[in-house]
Design a protein around this ligand. Structure first.
Ligand SMILES: Cc1cc2nc3c(=O)[nH]c(=O)nc-3n(C[C@H](O)[C@H](O)[C@H](O)COP(=O)(O)OP(=O)(O)OC[C@H]3O[C@@H](n4cnc5c(N)ncnc54)[C@H](O)[C@@H]3O)c2cc1C
Length: 459
């Protein structure tokens, strides 16, 4: 980082997700020095996380390294680290990587740190019902799902076997719907003939939502179609059902149906609710800015912080005009912020409000079935699915990843199998249980058997 008065205009971008990466790319060729800071080394394509969790794609398919994506952009550098402090007055960031802390100075700042899972005041649910927000989450969920089938195969007790073969997804937005659909595909199709004592097709997939409908942001006709499609493929859908308790063996709900008050299920996945990144609260505390209930920062019409025109907040962390937390909002607001910085440097200081262009939304339900709303057009079934396929392929960050995703999809579609089924003991039993291994490692480097009560007796 140059510290003389002659330095170029320094743009710091926190977060290399949809908003941050779009902003960095928009500054390509500009007479600025861009520093993109992220605590992950990759740009994550979150919409396909559920496919990593169900073994269709590898984590590498949806998470290209940020350095690779910005390789040819000479004015941009990537800094691997977590921003832990923003000093708005001194225009300085504190960035930490393990035990190393450094400072980054900026002239313009774009904050694009997104959001995380919200458990609606019950953070304790997270241990037994992981969310789906990061690569770590997706690999953990994959370990739990595939591990549950393995455990069921080894289980002698019918009730326990049933519990291992019950999968509950909480939250019927696009992620929940897509994950539930893929769980059915996995059990009925991909795992066929893989086991000898259980029939994976007997798996029960339950989708719960506290609201009155699935895909609540979609038009009524598409919501109904999605509901019919889900039930048709074998997902058990229960709306108006809020989860009140989660534990290792299942969960409890406020349902009026006695059979749903407690569901015995080894695998629960949380796909309900988001909460803005803690950097929103940090900014609010630093400058007395307003944040909403989800922790998103209220910004001016051009996405800048009130009283700090050099700081922009974009994407999921931004609260502006009730815009939804979707990738298009993040990318367009990131580009808008970058464009504003560019224009100002060229002497154009006119105030330009951010205008969001809504290209529509879509969700896939299973192979050959999806719902999509593009402008006034509504598509369902096979045409919706084809559109979903094309749009998601095109939206991936680079050609190499489009190619590998396409080839994995082809394997899945033609052969019915899953390319990515590796699971580790740590994912199945959890880090905690692994550390319960007693005794010194044996000659093979393995410890004594796990003490975990999750290990059933084999006949
Ligand atoms: C499972 C799932 C499915 C989704 N499906 C869709 C979909 O189908 N269509 C759609 O439009 N949207 C979808 N979304 C929403 C979409 O992914 C988000 O709206 C979008 O990612 C928001 O972009 P962002 O840039 O604000 O944040 P993100 O893309 O989340 O990026 C935030 C980045 O900031 C980094 N970061 C966070 N805190 C710090 C820190 N303190 N220091 C340094 N770096 C930090 C993170 O590592 C991350 O790389 C989905 C989201 C999820 C989780």
């Amino acid at each position: 980082m140059q510290r003389t008065n002659k330095h170029k205009h320094r743009v710091a971008i926190i977060g290399g997700g949809f908003g941050g990466l779009a902003a960095a790319r928009k500054l390509r060729g500009a007479d600025v020095d861009v520093t993109l800071i992220d605590r992950a080394n990759h740009h994550l394509f979150q919409p396909l996380l559920y496919q990593v969790a169900t073994g269709i794609l590898s984590e590498g398919d949806i998470a290209p390294p940020l350095r690779e994506l910005l390789r040819d952009q000479r004015n941009a550098r990537v800094l691997f680290g977590e921003v832990i402090d923003i000093d708005l007055e001194a225009r300085r960031l504190k960035v930490t990587t393990l035990d190393r802390t450094s400072e980054v100075r900026y002239d313009s700042l774009i904050v694009a740190t997104g959001s995380s899972q919200s458990y609606f005041g019950h953070p304790e649910f997270a241990d037994d019902a992981p969310g789906l927000k990061t690569i770590d989450d997706a690999l953990e969920v994959r370990g739990r799902i595939l591990g549950a089938f393995e455990m069921a195969e080894r289980e002698n007790d019918a009730a326990a076997r049933r519990r291992f073969l019950t999968f509950v997804v909480v939250g019927a937005g696009p992620t929940g719907v897509e994950l539930a659909g893929q769980l059915v595909e996995l059990s009925r199709r991909a795992l066929r003939n893989n086991f000898r004592r259980i029939d994976p097709a007997e798996a029960r997939v339950v989708l719960l939502d506290a609201g009155p409908a699935v895909l609540s942001a979609f038009p009524e006709a598409l919501r109904q179609r999605a509901m019919l499609d889900l039930e048709d493929i074998g997902v058990e859908v229960h709306v108006d059902t809020a989860v009140t308790h989660v534990d290792r063996n299942g969960l409890e709900t406020d349902s009026k149906l006695p059979s749903l008050r407690r569901i015995e299920a080894a695998t629960k996945v949380w796909a309900a609710g988001v909460q803005a990144s803690p950097l929103g609260r940090m900014l609010a505390n630093a400058g007395r800015f307003e944040i909403d209930r989800a922790g998103r920062v209220h910004v001016d019409a051009d996405c800048s912080l009130p009283g700090h025109p050099e700081v922009f907040v974009v994407g999921d962390l931004m609260h502006l005009d009730k815009l939804p937390g979707v990738s298009q909002v993040a990318m367009q607001s990131g580009r808008h912020a970058a464009d504003t910085i560019r224009r100002r440097l060229e002497g154009d200081s006119r105030h330009r409000p951010f205008r969001y262009r809504d290209y529509g939304s879509m969700a896939t339900i299973s192979r050959f079935r999806a719902v999509a709303e593009i402008g006034r057009s509504r598509l369902a079934g096979f045409p919706g699915w084809m559109l979903w396929l094309v749009v998601h392929l095109a939206a991936l960050a680079d050609f190499k990843h489009r190619l590998s995703v396409f080839s994995n999809w082809t394997i899945g579609l033609l052969g019915g199998g899953r390319a990515e089924r590796v699971i580790t003991l740590q994912q199945v039993f959890g880090r905690h249980a692994m550390s319960e291994r007693s005794g010194p490692p044996n000659s093979a480097g393995q410890g004594a058997p796990l003490k975990s009560d999750r290990v059933p007796t084999v006949r």
